[in-house]
Design a binder for this molecule. Structure first.
Ligand code: ZN
Length: 200
């Protein structure tokens, strides 16, 4: 397997299918906690899946419009195993390195360290639970393998916010929203804090 997308040298936000000459992304509404598509496992993508380039472009457009650092396909209502990421790196102290991890992963597999896993408690949020955050423990480093938008093998790995984001997006594709991992009281609080109105 050839790692084909790891830690671009600079923040290359905007490196989407659109800027590469692909379809122009349309911003789609973000699905909210409680909508079925967020609470069931997504389906494997195949090479026959139609309109994949458009879907990926729409995912980037929707993620940027919502100012997210990652987006799973079911967050725009499509129950397929794809996520996109444009996530700033942080060092071990949580300070930004100035670089971002940008990519598309189709049919991702999450790999967490074998043996000892360090857990880190940080505040987490989700576009599908707008306006709420909660402290959640995540494994400190994570790696995802899968395929990029051109069906080339891809591997993305990271620590800090990137590791958290990879775990968060892979959770989405399993039908798990981060608040599902919270203790019951904290989950109720996060859902109470959220603003599910469309602001229209
Ligand atoms: Zn989310």
């Amino acid at each position: 397997m050839t790692p084909s997308c790891q830690l671009p040298p600079n923040n290359i936000a905007g490196m989407t299918a659109e800027s590469a000459g692909g379809p122009v992304g349309q911003v789609r509404p973000i699905t909210y906690y409680g909508e079925d598509v967020l609470h069931r496992p997504c389906a494997e993508v195949t090479r026959d899946t139609p309109d994949l380039d458009q879907l990926i472009a729409d995912m980037f457009a929707s993620m940027y419009a919502a100012e997210g650092v990652g987006l799973a396909a079911n967050q725009i209502g499509v129950g397929l195993r794809i996520f996109v990421i444009d996530c700033p790196e942080q060092d071990d102290e949580g300070h930004p390195t100035g670089r971002s991890v940008v990519g598309t992963v189709i049919n991702p597999t999450l790999h967490l360290p074998n043996g000892h896993r360090e857990l880190v408690e940080r505040t987490e949020g989700c576009l599908s639970v707008p306006g709420a955050t909660a402290v959640l423990a995540r494994v400190s480093e994570a790696r995802v393998t899968g395929f990029d938008a051109n069906w080339e093998p891809i591997e993305i790995s990271g620590t800090g916010l990137v590791a958290r984001c990879l775990q968060h997006e892979c959770d989405h594709l399993e039908g798990t929203v981060y608040v599902d991992r919270l203790p019951k009281r904290a989950r109720k609080q996060a859902l109470a804090d959220a603003d599910f109105s469309r602001g229209a």
